[in-house]
Design a protein around this ligand. Structure first.
Ligand code: GLV
Ligand code: MN
Length: 197
C-alpha cells in the first residue's frame, strides 16, 4: 500500500543523510543492472529465533532497487513445531506461497474473528493489511514459504515482543490489567524474553 512511483525507478541511496518518506534516489548515472537483483534467498537460513523460525527479509534495506516500487518479499523457514509468532505488518498485505511442509496459518480480524487453514506445498494464503497473524509448523520436517508484500518496507511487529519485551518495559500494572492476571504472571512472561534483543 505504498504511494505510486513518479518515475521508472528510484534505486535507494541508503547512505543519504536526507530523511524523507522512503529513500532518496541514487544518481541514475550510477545505477547498474546489479541494483535490480538480489540473492539473499540463495543463502541458507542463519540463526533461528526463540520461536524456532528464521525470516530472511528482502525489503528496501537489503534490496535498494525496491525503493518506491511498493513491493518486497520474505523467506520464512520454520523448524518442526516452529511458530512465526503472532505479528502484524503495519504497512502491507501479505501474499504467501508455501514451498515445503505443513503449516497451520491464521489471522484475526478487527472484529476478533479467527480465519485459518492447514496449508501445504503449492498453496497460497493472503493476510489482509495490519491484521494479527501467525504460522505454525505442524509437520515433521522444516517448513518453508515465501511471502510477498505490497510495500517496500512492510514492517513486522511481534505481539509478544511488543508487549512483553519493549524498551523500556511496559509497566506490569498495565499488562496485568490488560491480561486480567496478577503481576507475578506478567513478570514470569517478561523473564522468558530476557535474552531476546
Ligand atoms: C510471515 O508472515 C512473514 O511476515 O514473513
Ligand atoms: Mn506476516
Amino acid at each position: 500500500a505504498d504511494p505510486s512511483p513518479l518515475q521508472d525507478f528510484c534505486v535507494a541511496d541508503l547512505d543519504s543523510s536526507l530523511f524523507i518518506n522512503g529513500f532518496p534516489c541514487k544518481n541514475p548515472d550510477n545505477v547498474s543492472s546489479q541494483d535490480f537483483f538480489a540473492n539473499g534467498f540463495q543463502q541458507s537460513p542463519g540463526e533461528f529465533n526463540i520461536f524456532d523460525v528464521n525470516v530472511t527479509r528482502q525489503d528496501v534495506h537489503r534490496f535498494p532497487g525496491l525503493n518506491t516500487l511498493g513491493l518486497s518479499m520474505n523467506r520464512v523457514v520454520l523448524k518442526p513445531g516452529g511458530l512465526n509468532a503472532p505479528h502484524v505488518h503495519p504497512r502491507a498485505a501479505e501474499l504467501a506461497l508455501v514451498m515445503d511442509g505443513k503449516l497451520f496459518v491464521g489471522f484475526v480480524t478487527t472484529g476478533n474473528v479467527f480465519y485459518w487453514k492447514i496449508v501445504t506445498s503449492g498453496e497460497l494464503f493472503v493476510i489482509p493489511p495490519g491484521l494479527v497473524h501467525f504460522q505454525l509448523n505442524i509437520g515433521h520436517e522444516n517448513a518453508r514459504f515465501f511471502a510477498s508484500f505490497n510495500s517496500q518496507n512492510p514492517g513486522i511487529q511481534f505481539a509478544p515482543l511488543a508487549l512483553f519485551n519493549s524498551t523500556p518495559s511496559i509497566p506490569d500494572l498495565v499488562l496485568s490489567k490488560a491480561f486480567q492476571v496478577n503481576q507475578s504472571i506478567i513478570e514470569l512472561i517478561k523473564s522468558r524474553f530476557a535474552t531476546v534483543s
